[in-house]
Design a protein around this ligand. Structure first.
Ligand code: AP5
Ligand code: MG
Length: 213
């Protein structure tokens, strides 16, 4: 399976992708995670990306296309992969299609995780992530047993720098303008599927699995 996960910030792309890794035995490729690692490592790319990400804007197509091409060339992607947060502009989608056409391995599915805009702000302001194992929590919906501490590994929980109200508002605007058009793009390619992303996380996962087969 070569899957693209589509959905607004906070729709649950990362949450579902992490569950799909185990089910299908294929890696998650999250451009957001790759960029956050570059920021944490203080690389030149990370320094450039941090300014953009803190505003909720998009990093340039050139940079993310380069990152994804490199990642797709690694061995663990031979069996398939889950793209999370890429593509998010039409030029990114076109570059991905061209790259995959050249090696005769087109995308098999694009799954849109649909959540009403009104729910997203609460999900994003409430999100907490473990610094050590990246397990995700939500102080409103799936709080850890002990405040600030990961249930799985006892690691410290942190809040993402772009999960502030003003930045979230901009991320949602940028999504509507630049990324939502990809739903039509993949519909036109005949590979679009969609799932309602509200309700219990495990129930959504079961729906996702039956849609993907
Ligand atoms: P990125 O990291 O991709 O962030 P995003 O698209 O804004 O999406 P999120 O990760 O915030 O949401 P998600 O859908 O993964 O939700 P999650 O599962 O965490 O990108 C960050 C930035 O990097 C961008 O703004 C941009 O600057 C840059 N960037 C990245 N890729 C780029 C690209 N291709 N081009 C250009 N720039 C790029 O869930 C959210 C919360 O909700 C969690 O707390 C979770 O526990 C909770 N939750 C999940 N499901 C449910 C449920 N069913 N009910 C209740 N709560 C739930
Ligand atoms: Mg995510």
């Amino acid at each position: 399976m070569r899957l693209v996960l589509l959905g607004a910030p906070g729709a649950g792309k990362g949450t579902q992708a992490k569950m799909l890794i185990d089910k299908y035995g294929i890696p998650q490729i999250s451009t957001g995670d790759i960029l956050r690692k570059a920021v944490a490592d203080g690389t030149p790319l990370g320094k450039e990306a941090k300014v953009i990400m803190d505003k909720g804007e998009l990093v340039t197509d050139e940079i993310v296309i380069g990152l994804v091409k490199e990642r797709l060339g690694q061995d663990d992607c031979k069996k398939g992969y889950i793209l999370d947060g890429f593509p998010r502009t039409t030029p990114q989608a076109e570059a991905l299609d061209a790259e995959l056409a050249a090696i005769n391995t087109p995308l098999t599915d694009a799954l849109s995780v649909d959540v009403p805009m009104d729910d997203l702000m609460k999900r994003l302001t409430g999100r907490r992530t473990c610094k050590s194992c990246q397990q995700m929590y939500n102080v409103h919906f799936s709080a850890p047993a002990k405040d600030g501490v990961c249930d799985k590994c006892s690691g410290e929980l942190m809040q993402r720098g772009d999960d502030t109200e003003d930045t979230i508002k901009n991320r949602l605007d940028v999504y509507e303008k630049s990324t939502a058009p990809l739903i039509d793009y993949y519909n036109g390619k005949g590979i679009l599927k969609s799932v309602e992303g509200t309700g219990n996380i495990d129930d959504i996962f079961n729906k996702v699995c039956s849609i993907l087969g």
